[in-house]
Write a protein that binds this ligand. Structure first.
Ligand SMILES: *[C@@H]1O[C@H](CO)[C@@H](O)[C@H](O)[C@H]1NC(C)=O
Ligand SMILES: [Zn+2]
Length: 321
């Protein structure tokens, strides 16, 4: 059977898939019943050939048109490099944040593009705006860059308001350094960032608990239940630090803009063994850093560059008349 025909049949039999950073929000409602839906996009080239060809972030806009258009044309896309000037600082003490504990554990799903914990209530109140927590999931390595530097992982806590606005708390996750856990930390005045003292941080119990069962959902489309989750540990850390805030987008299709980003200056941590265990399941799921908010989408810039290169190539290769 020819490649084209096989691609057609594969595409026709693929279920419509809805997983993304916005899973569980109005943009990507969770499936009814027991199924865990696997995403139709990816992070690398051609693991799944479908009608549109490659499924990585360079091609997200073509995977679902016009729904994913902002991925290629939006000028306030996420993630970004968190350099001075692109964000404002909001002290953690100036937001109201509550997340319900999950004494019976939580549903933990492999969506193919991330692993996600379905939460059981929680609120973020910033000024007059109130958002409700839907889920948290992980990216490996981090999607945002901390002043040019990638971090081991990033956790996204996804909130939605009653009028369907989305806010996300992004928190970097580093490898724990047990030996130096007690070193006092000081905060950078400009970045509000928690500077490590003599060493790194101790492992975050919440993350160790969640990832203790990540090997049970190694296959996309599977789910399990975590051990009991206590959320106050992370909530307290977030409130004691600051948020670097900016208006950006979902970092996954449909790349919708108007997302209120709160990138915490706090650092969570996992042990090396836990990092390896998570990495073996997640693989790689970070979108490339986008242009400075307000500047043209990098894919538009790249299209212009390709056109210029094509003209140059024609010029250079043109036979003398
Ligand atoms: C950010 O990185 C630049 C260049 O690497 C450095 O000069 C600057 O001090 C850094 N800023 C902060 C606040 O760490
Ligand atoms: Zn995310």
């Amino acid at each position: 059977m020819g490649l084209t025909l096989r691609a057609l049949i594969l595409a026709a039999s693929a279920t419509r898939v809805l997983a993304s950073c916005a899973h569980g929000t109005f943009l990507r409602p969770r499936a009814e019943g027991d199924t865990v839906e696997v995403a139709n996009f990816g992070y690398t080239g051609t693991i799944t050939i479908n009608l549109h060809g490659e499924q990585g972030p360079l091609n997200w806009a073509a995977l679902e048109t016009p729904a994913n258009g902002a991925c290629a044309t939006g000028s306030r896309q996420s993630p970004i490099d968190m350099v001075e000037g692109v964000f404002e600082i909001l002290e953690g003490s100036n937001v109201e944040l509550t997340v319900n504990d999950m004494p019976d554990g939580a549903e933990f799903e492999n969506l193919g593009t991330t692993v996600e914990v379905i939460t059981q209530g929680g609120n973020l109140k910033v000024g007059e705006k109130e958002f409700e927590l839907q889920q948290f999931h992980f990216h490996l390595p981090s999607e945002h860059l901390d002043n040019g530097t990638s971090q081991a992982m990033e956790m996204h806590m996804v909130f939605q308001s009653a009028n369907q606005e989305i806010a996300v708390i992004g928190t970097y996750i580093n490898i724990a350094d047990a030996a130096a856990a007690e070193a006092p930390a000081k905060r950078s005045r400009i970045f509000g960032r928690q500077e490590a003292g003599a060493g790194g941080a101790a492992a975050t119990t919440l993350l160790e608990t969640v990832f203790s069962v990540v090997d049970q959902i190694a296959t996309p489309g599977t789910k399990t239940t975590t051990p009991p989750l206590v959320m106050s540990e992370v909530v307290d850390v977030l409130k004691a630090n600051a948020f670097q805030i900016y208006s950006g987008s979902l970092t996954t299709p449909p790349c919708s803009e108007g997302v209120s980003w709160h990138v915490s200056t706090a650092r969570l941590a996992v042990t090396t063994a836990t990092f390896v265990k998570a990495r073996d399941v997640i693989g790689f799921n970070a979108r490339f850093p986008q242009n400075t908010p307000g500047e043209p989408n990098l894919l538009m810039v790249s299209a212009l560059g390709s056109a210029a290169a094509a003209v140059a190539a024609v010029g250079a290769g043109a036979p003398a008349a």
